[in-house]
Write a protein that binds this ligand. Sequence first.
Ligand code: ADP
Ligand code: MG
Length: 248
Amino acid sequence: MNYILEVNNLNVSFNEKKVLNNISIGFNKNKITAIIGPSGCGKSTLLKTFNAMIYENNEAKIKGDIFFNGENLSKYNIERVREKIGMVFQNPIPFPLSIYKNMEYALKYYGKKKKKRKEIITKKLKVTGLYEEIKDSLNKSALKLSGGQQQRLCIARSLTIEPDILLLDEPCSALDVKNIDNIENMLLKLKKDYTIIIVTHNLSQAKRIADETLFMLDGKIIEYDKTDNIFNNPKDEKTKEYISGAFG
Ligand code: ADP
Ligand code: MG
């Protein structure tokens, strides 16, 4: 099996405290994988290690290998890693600029011409379902958008540089049902073109959108399987406990 992202014996410690413990896993291309597990189990750390938001320094020690399309990520510089593997956080805040300028930001940095920038911006706003809602106010401040629209804008913005993998860390935790529904529908469409890894504390969300689900506890992978198996036929007692506890 050729995984788009493969992790071998990954260990991460902060100030000698082990946070990720021997993680080995492969992520399939054009799938949505949900990462679930209690607060503090290492979900965000795992995600951030994938795109070098966490890297080896005085406090953080990282052991193990991460392969992107079979190539060791340690060969890439950080900028290139983040070009290929984009990340959106829980409460992303648009730049205090117009909607259009938010979308244009990275494209300008990468030297794309004006006409090309416009073409990409329209395309990415369309794919995130925002275009129809905001096409007449592209010059308005992005900070005037609703929370759900801001979240979709940040996702659209992260797509302008065409990453292969999109990492999302609890992207819906501050949103209401309607906006959650928008984002979930968007992700289901996006998986045709991107590989999506999403941390969520909302188990129903994992059930609704994820092809595969990874359950973590205390920095370890407890179980990783098709979402249906994790929720309807978990093999590990700890998974069973977590799933049933969370569903009451
Ligand atoms: P989750 O996202 O599952 O809630 P995290 O990955 O954020 O968990 O955190 C896992 C553990 O690592 C926690 O105990 C947290 O306090 C610790 N941790 C996370 N980031 C850092 C950091 N930069 N420095 C020190 N400890 C950290
Ligand atoms: Mg977290």
